[in-house]
Design a protein around this ligand. Structure first.
Ligand code: BGC
Ligand code: CA
Length: 345
């Protein structure tokens, strides 16, 4: 599998470079393809890899005479330094538009400087730069979703489940003992999701007792480890697990599976994203709910924006907030509607 992935990465790399090297000739023929350079923070991140597949698909779907894109994807593998070098190389090869999923969302300056030098616009996505950085240049855009909304929806889903199923309060003390599996510190989607989920549960009248939290950086294996530690400490007291994403909710479930805990001894789990594996876990009733992080919608917005930037057409179809931001809404998913999402995959 790993070899296959490496081979695929190598091929993509060669195709990309060929495409870029060939662009001069195509320009003479008057049908130059737009070179779109995509740099992601880490392709091993499940949600990001699903989102990238959607972006590549949407760029292809937009193909028409006025806009033909050649897409080159680079993986920063968790290093901002590597990503900066990749961006420099993409620009050097003649890329017209950059789509950047920053490794460090607080450190975009070098990339912005490089792009500005060549007058290449940047569409940031999923990892939102801070406002001050978005103001560095007028050709910077952001496509993503509102973290607050995902937390509120997760809180609503959990509150509804708790009201419907009194047995979730296993020790019958009138309070829900919960733990949180948290994403990367500093990411706009970590703390804000947690705060809003907890606040929403409280405002829905659910009494809560926080037992603990574990930082698992969006990662399933790390979440399994954190969860094993928390189970070691709190045994069967944990009644609810709020995870900042599906991958970590699934890692939490892995921990219980490893310990051979039976259904009745398990807390209820809530995630965010609606990844393929997350949707399956809802279908199998292992996870009680998730919040859809609309990757198709975000991919479509990125592709439309890239087209508008390249051709000057289609600006009026794009709805911006605060000038240059596009936020796609989150949606609730439970057993009741999961089939719709599985069908759409
Ligand atoms: C997603 C996570 C993902 C992260 C990466 C978040 O919006 O919910 O699953 O790991 O973005 O930046
Ligand atoms: Ca309880």
């Amino acid at each position: 599998m790993k070899n296959l992935k490496l081979l695929a990465a190598g091929l993509a790399f060669c195709m990309g470079i060929q495409g870029l090297a060939g662009c001069g000739e195509e320009e003479d023929a008057g049908s130059r393809r737009t070179q779109v350079g995509i740099a992601c923070y880490d392709r091993n991140d499940i949600y990001i890899s699903e989102l990238l597949d959607c972006i590549e698909e949407e760029m292809g779907l937009l193909e028409e005479e006025s806009f033909q894109a050649s897409v080159t994807v680079r993986d920063g593998a968790g290093s901002q330094k590597i990503q900066n070098d990749q961006v420099e190389e993409l620009l050097g090869a003649g890329c017209d538009i950059l789509c950047i999923n920053l490794v460090d969302r607080a450190d975009p300056s070098e990339i912005i400087d490089l792009a500005r030098e060549k007058d290449v616009p940047i569409i940031f996505f999923n990892r939102e730069p801070v406002t001050e950085d978005m103001g560095q240049w007028e050709k910077l855009y952001y496509v993503g979703a509102d973290a607050r909304q995902s937390g509120i929806l997760q809180g609503k889903l959990a509150a509804a489940a708790i009201k419907e199923n009194p047995q979730i309060d296993r020790n019958k003390d009138g309070k829900i003992q919960y733990v949180v599996l948290e994403g990367e510190p500093g990411h706009q989607d970590a703390i804000i999701r947690t705060e809003n989920a907890v606040e929403t549960l409280r405002s829905e009248g659910v009494e809560l007792e926080k037992l603990s939290y574990g930082i698992a950086n969006w990662n399933r294996a790390q979440a399994e480890n954190r969860m094993l530690q928390m189970i070691g400490q709190y045994q069967n007291q944990i009644e609810l697990v709020l995870a900042n994403n599906d991958a970590m909710a699934l890692g939490g479930l892995d921990a219980y599976r490893k310990l051979n805990r039976t259904e009745s001894g398990l807390p209820v789990f809530f995630g965010i994203d609606g990844t393929r594996e997350g949707l399956e876990a809802i279908q199998e009733e292992k996870m009680a709910g998730t919040v859809y992080n609309d990757k198709e919608g975000q991919a479509k917005a990125i592709a439309k924006l890239a087209k508008a930037l390249a051709t000057g057409d289609g600006w009026s179809e794009i709805e911006f907030e605060q000038g240059n931001y596009i936020y796609l809404p989150y949606r609730e998913i439970t057993l009741d509607n999961v089939e719709d999402y599985i069908k759409a995959e």
